[in-house]
Design a protein around this ligand. Structure first.
Ligand code: C2E
Ligand code: CA
Ligand code: CA
Length: 744
């Protein structure tokens, strides 16, 4: 620049002369040129009269290309921030100076963030109406700021990881147009998974996907493997690229610089790579971009991994890895929506393993877990891509089959049953799984997932109760029954809580003297406010299934003892009250103690009660049951085996049980007159019981013929309508008062 172009500048100090010597001027010029800042002076006409060497360094324009022109023509092109020039001019006119930060583009198109300070000059400096502008390169800081801000904003807005990573690549490419960026994740198996590479073709990304990192796997796979940046300045010759050169042949890339992305523990979780179309090394800008980029990528990938883990924990079953109930419900909601739109049918299959509890109890929990995992695997294998599966709880699974008509659903359910029945290896055992499958169809049996689940569940229960290892379609009748059952359960719960059940007592008489009482059997009665009398054959099973039976049993014991104590107090000699005990109660470790406590509260003794249990209780091998039976026996309680002859017990082991009474089931009594088998069996029961010193009570004696036969064959005690129906306490008292005093 000719010296005369430099306008008169301010002197070196206050009060100095207005003109500089040539020497001073040269020193001044050198100082300005050495500055990192770009300095521009413009005259009244806004034309550039001076730029320092810093300007050329920053924007790439030599002085002669800008002198005499307006700065706005050179630096503020169409990409400039709209309105910025007007703002600067206006502010200078009103305030004498302006300060802005903006993005400008250099001669080669390279973007430069600058901080501009523009001062209006006076006559002494630059001439009136002119300006002195100092531009400071803040690209590095600014790019850092912008990139970070954008990506962090994206994270806050929960952009998917691939979108975030694409954003990083695009921002980097905008700031450094000579760069093509790519971001790959490294999965737990050490394989590369492209996250974003907007400048690479989808084919290339596909080929890279799944490549295992290693010592010779291009720049990225090698960088991930080494845990260190890998710079390839010549892809054409670098041996690391031997296997990938052909893949990238059409891209024109000559150099690649890839850096590993590390998580906070220092584990490689990805790579961040810059491709160049020249054989080159990264410059300072690139290094800064990678510094920022690595940090952001690590943050975003770790965050996404954490989110995926949280999602996994919240929506997937930890044992089998299948979606859990909430996950299934939400994805099923979407699947049903699309079936609705396409007017297609679907099927919900509800699968429950048969006897799963038994596996857990007898083979152990490890075997139970292995069984569930194997079932999950087999069920999953049977699925098509559009089907859904979930583990609802314990041994319950559900499948939602899309575009599936009733026939297909039955077919699918049958195939599942077959699949499950193939032998499976559990720890230490070979096992054949059985299951019950209920099917509810969309839209006929329900249009929401909750209805379908409920109906398929009902169908499954039906299948289970009819035949193990079978399938059942839902029917409205089933639904009616299920609702009925639910209502009954609710009402029973209330009745029990409000003590609205009562006990009736049926006399058990000596066969030698049918008006003499052996004891009474307490039988529960429920008078429903709307339905009237609900028979125990209906509500006892409901109580058992609903988990109410133990509470009911405790109430019966309490009530029976209260009544017995009252009878005793009124001088009525009732020898004993028999109560029916459910097997469930024997699973409560404190049960035996609860019985003796109840007796004690009424000053009664073990001999005052007869505890009726069924064969299933006798056969129950559970520790709690055995302990309760032993405890009752040692406390002197008498056990009576109810419904004898109907179960699977054989006469041969009776002697090993702590039983003092057998109740011959009424089915035998009914058949006495017409079946020789019934008679033969009864005779042997009577003789074995006699030799084991057990009392036999014949149930359901209705006719004089039955009574005579039983009496003739030595049956000591009878119970049945012939002698008395179960009756409320008042009626029983009348019955007692009409009879001679009991006694043996
Ligand atoms: P179960 O223990 O075998 O009781 C005898 C049943 O036979 C009673 O039916 C009784 O009314 C009926 N019965 C008595 N004599 C005759 C007769 O001559 N002919 C006929 N056809 N039936 C007769 P109920 O009271 O309907 O009870 C049915 C079942 O419900 C009982 O059978 C028992 O298993 C259960 N149950 C009743 N009350 C209770 C209770 O408090 N707790 C428990 N766990 N179960 C109970
Ligand atoms: Ca009974
Ligand atoms: Ca019975």
């Amino acid at each position: 620049m000719p010296a005369s172009d430099l306008p008169n500048a301010a002197g070196p100090g206050p009060g100095s002369p207005a003109t500089l010597t040539t020497l001073q001027e040269q020193a001044m010029r050198n100082a300005l040129d050495a500055s990192d800042n770009a300095i521009v002076m413009s005259n009244t006409d806004r034309r550039v009269v001076y730029v320092n060497a810093g300007f050329t360094r920053l924007f790439g324009y030599p002085a002669y290309e800008v002198l005499g022109k307006r700065l706005s023509e050179t630096l503020f092109d169409a990409r400039a921030e709209p309105g910025i020039l007007d703002y600067i001019r206006h502010t200078i006119e009103t305030e004498g100076k302006a300060r802005v930060e903006t993005l400008l583009y250099g001669k080669t198109g390279q973007p430069r963030w600058v901080s501009m300070v523009i001062n209006a000059s006076d006559a002494n400096v630059g001439g009136t109406g002119g300006t002195i502008t100092v531009l400071t390169d803040i690209t590095l800081t600014k790019m850092h700021e912008v990139l970070q801000k954008r990506v962090l904003e994206g994270m806050v807005n929960e952009l998917p990881l691939t979108e975030l990573m694409t954003l990083v690549c695009r921002e980097v490419e905008r700031i450094a147009p000579e760069v093509t960026a790519s971001i790959l994740a490294v999965d737990d198996a050490g394989c590369l998974r492209p996250l974003a590479a907007p400048g690479l073709s989808p084919e290339i990304c596909e080929k890279i996907n799944g490549v295992r990192m290693g010592p010779f796997t291009g720049s990225c796979g090698t960088a991930a493997f080494r845990g260190q940046p890998v710079l390839t300045t010549d892809i054409a010759t670098d041996p690391l690229w031997d296997n990938y050169r052909a893949l990238f042949a059409s891209t024109g890339f000559k150099a690649c610089w890839s850096s590993p992305i590390m998580d906070h523990r220092g584990k490689v979780i990805g790579t961040f790579a810059f491709y160049f179309r020249e054989n080159r090394e990264p410059d300072e800008l690139h290094r800064r971009l990678v510094d920022v980029g690595l940090h952001l990528c690590a943050l975003a990938i770790e965050r996404a991994t954490a989110a995926a883990r949280i999602h996994q924990l919240a929506f997937f079953d930890g044992l089998t890895g299948l979606p859990n109930r909430s996950m299934l419900r939400s994805s099923a909601g979407r699947a049903l929506e699309s079936l609705y739109q396409d007017k297609r049918p679907g099927a919900l299959l509800f699968i429950n393993l048969d006897r799963f509890k038994q596996v857990n109890d007898t083979l152990g929990h490890a075997a139970g877990d292995a069984l569930l995992c194997e079932v999950a695997t087999r069920l999953t294998q049977a699925l098509r891509a559009r089907d859904l599966i979930g583990r609802l709880s314990g041994d319950e699974f559900a499948l939602l089959l899309s575009e599936c008509a009733t026939g297909d659903a039955i077919h699918a359910a049958q195939r599942i049953l077959d699949d499950l029945a193939r032998p499976m290896r559990l720890p230490g055992h070979e096992y054949i799984a059985q299951a019950s499958v209920g099917i509810a169809m969309y839209p006929d049996d329900g249009t929401t997932i909750d209805t379908l689940l409920r109906h398929a569940d009902q169908a499954m229960n039906q299948a289970k109760s009819e035949q193990r290892h079978s399938l059942q379609l839902f029917s409205p009748e089933m639904n009616r029954r299920a609702q009925e059952r639910a209502r009954l359960e609710r009402d029973l719960r209330h009745a029990l809580a409000e003590r609205r059940l009562t006990l009736h007592y049926q006399p058990q008489v000596l066969s030698t003297s049918p008006r003499t009482l052996h004891g009474v059997e307490a039988l529960a009665r429920w008078n429903h406010p709307e339905r009237g009398a609900v028979p125990p054959s209906q509500f006892i099973p409901v109580a058992e299934e609903a988990g109410l039976i133990h509470e009911l049993t405790l109430w019966v014991l309490e009530e029976a003892c209260t009544q017995l104590a009252l009878w005793r107090a009124s001088g009525r000699d009732v020898r004993a009250v028999a109560v029916n005990l459910s097997g469930h109660s024997f699973h409560h470790p404190e049960f035996a103690q609860q019985i003796s406590d109840t007796l004690a509260r009424h000053q009664l003794h073990a001999g005052d009660l007869m505890l009726e249990i069924t064969e299933s209780v006798m056969m129950d091998a559970r520790a709690e049951t055995r302990a309760n039976i032993a405890a009752l026996h040692s406390k002197g309680f008498k056990l009576s085996l109810d419904d004898f002859g109907t179960g699977y017990s054989s006469l041969s082991y009776l002697h090993r049980l702590p039983i003092s009474e057998l109740k011959l089931d009424m089915a035998f009594v009914r058949d006495l007159t017409n079946s020789s088998t019934a008679r033969a069996l009864t005779v042997s029961v009577l003789s074995i019981a006699h030799s084991l010193e057990m009392v036999v009570v014949a149930e359901g004696v209705e006719t004089a013929g039955q009574q005579q036969w039983l009496q003739a064959h030595g049956c000591p005690v009878m119970q049945g309508f012939l002698f008395g129906h179960p009756m409320p306490p008042g009626e029983l008292e009348a019955w007692l008062d009409a009879a001679p005093r009991s006694g043996r």
